[in-house]
Design a protein around this ligand. Structure first.
Ligand code: NDP
Ligand code: 2IT
Length: 447
């Protein structure tokens, strides 16, 4: 339920951003949490902090022309939404996927403001991407696309201005092409302009693994708070991309048994536990499809096409593919079949109906803003290393990531307690993330 004043702000957001349903959903979730904060802090309402936070500082939309291997010309649309720079330079990934439009980029950018705030590190919120579909494209085509994309984007970004990174469809390979073109155009080896770089040219240890590892650490903390652990637990992870693979890796190290994962074509169930080496070989080395995993792993594994992985019973769920993948129906079934914890590796993977069901059932529910913040936090560590021309070891960086995830968990718990909603990580994350940005905006004047 929205508090009366917030309800009129939300109506305005709907009116000013027609058709952007994912953005509306992300805004509504935050507004539902911050009502009690406005009661305690009338100065936020007086300065119209909420209205300002819901309006991006800047939105850039541009043409991205490129030619495929046969010489045919294609035109895609590029986006960068620079949402909020109260805490630091805009920071957030780039998504290349055919479903990308302004509403997706704005929902992601909006989430990023509060996520980045929760890390406690000096980073603002932004997001970008394109409706380019990398599937089936050759390496040369991907390179030409990235070069064309950066030929416009470069003028808007910079170490102190806006620092992109990866997201769906943008991994180490694409970050390399993007950084290469930035360097060529500007004649500057400005490492801090983008994160997720390769280790040979300014990238940080653990950034590749950070989102999945961080999510596993966050779930470990939620389980610990309830007197239990990953040990022997049955886990389902959706997706089989960057976040999913490293979530599986860390869960297995922490003693959990991951029995299923997925891609957009379907899912595999492997009762012996996902064979991570085989999965990495297929997804990362061969850039193949998950169906091949079932074919190579043996008779005990089936590929189930066209269905949701959330029909596989689990004790711990880590949705790590995309937005709105867990519906209310999925959530109800999951609760019924014994799910006790959910850690969102993806951004907004659970629908509002699903979240309500998990919270009412007392499931430990770690929202993406908190649970997947390890990726961007490690990006901020990469920026820190770039600024000091240093590089840290894997062990040091992983330790730092673990501490950051523990801190975020602790702050969510404390804030939820302070506002009389013990155990509610959604409220804890939204309120704590919001307060820090709101205080900075108050101090910075009318910006
Ligand atoms: P990848 O591109 O590496 O992997 C995405 C995975 O999700 C693939 O298995 C893909 O399947 C599946 N997927 C993507 N879109 C859909 C869809 N519409 N329906 C079903 N499955 C889909 O991306 P990441 O692992 O980097 O990102 C996954 C999620 O994590 C996203 O929500 C992202 O925003 C979030 N995230 C990522 C961070 C990062 O550091 N990379 C940080 C924090 C959050 P297929 O190959 O068939 O398309
Ligand atoms: O959603 C996210 O936090 C990311 N895609 C990572 C952003 C980053 O800047 O590392």
């Amino acid at each position: 339920m929205l508090h009366e004043k917030l309800s009129s702000i939300y109506d305005n957001v709907l009116r000013r951003n027609p058709g952007e349903i994912e953005f509306h959903q992300a805004v509504r979730e935050v507004l539902e949490s911050v009502g009690p904060v406005l009661g305690k802090h009338p100065e936020y309402a007086e300065s119209k902090i909420i209205e300002r936070i819901c309006e991006p500082e800047r939105q850039i939309i541009f043409r991205v022309p490129w030619a495929d291997d046969s010489g045919e010309v294609h035109i895609n649309r590029g986006f960068r939404v620079e949402f909020n720079s109260a805490l630091g330079p805009y920071k957030g990934g780039l998504r290349f996927h055919p479903s990308v439009y302004l509403g997706i980029v704005k929902f992601l950018g909006f989430e990023q403001i509060f996520k980045n705030s929760l890390t406690g590190l000096p980073i603002g919120g932004g997001k970008g991407g394109s409706d380019f579909d990398p599937k089936g494209r050759s390496e040369r085509e991907v390179m030409r696309f990235c070069q064309s994309f950066m030929t416009e984007l470069y003028r808007h970004i910079g170490e102190y201005t806006d620092v992109p990174a990866g997201d769906i469809g943008v991994g180490g390979r694409e970050v390399g092409f993007l950084f290469g073109q930035y360097k060529r155009i500007t004649n500057r080896f400005e490492s801090g302009v983008i994160t997720g770089k390769g280790l040979s040219y300014g990238g940080a240890q653990v950034r590749t693994e950070a989102t999945g590892y961080g999510c596993a650490f966050f779930v470990e903390e939620m389980l610990r708070a309830r007197g239990t652990s990953f040990d022997g637990k049955t886990v389902v992870v959706s997706g089989s991309g960057n976040v999913a693979v490293y979530a599986i890796e860390k869960v297995e190290q922490l003693g959990g048994r991951v029995v299923a994962c997925s891609d957009s074509a379907g899912y595999v169930v492997d009762d012996k536990g996902i064979d991570l080496e085989l999965l990495k070989q297929i997804k990362q080395v061969e850039r193949g499809r998950l169906e091949t995993y079932a074919a190579r792993r043996g008779d005990h594994v089936a590929f189930v096409p066209g269905r949701s992985v959330w029909e596989v019973p689990c004790e711990v769920a880590m949705p790590s593919a995309t937005q709105n993948e867990i519906t209310g129906r999925d959530a109800a079934k999951m609760v019924e079949t014994g799910c006790v914890a959910v850690g969102e590796g993806a951004n907004m993977p659970t629908t509002p109906e699903g979240i309500k069901i998990f919270l009412e059932a007392g499931v430990a529910f770690g929202p993406g803003k908190a649970a997947n913040a390890g990726g961007v936090a490690t990006s901020a560590l990469e920026m820190q290393q770039n600024a000091s021309r240093d590089s840290w070891t894997f062990e040091t960086t992983e330790l730092r990531l673990r501490e950051i995830m523990r801190d975020i968990h602790g702050r969510c718990v404390e804030t939820a307690d302070e506002y009389g909603m013990p155990g509610n990580y959604v409220a804890g994350a939204n309120i704590d993330g919001f307060r820090r940005v709101a205080d900075a905006m108050l101090s910075l004047g009318l910006i």
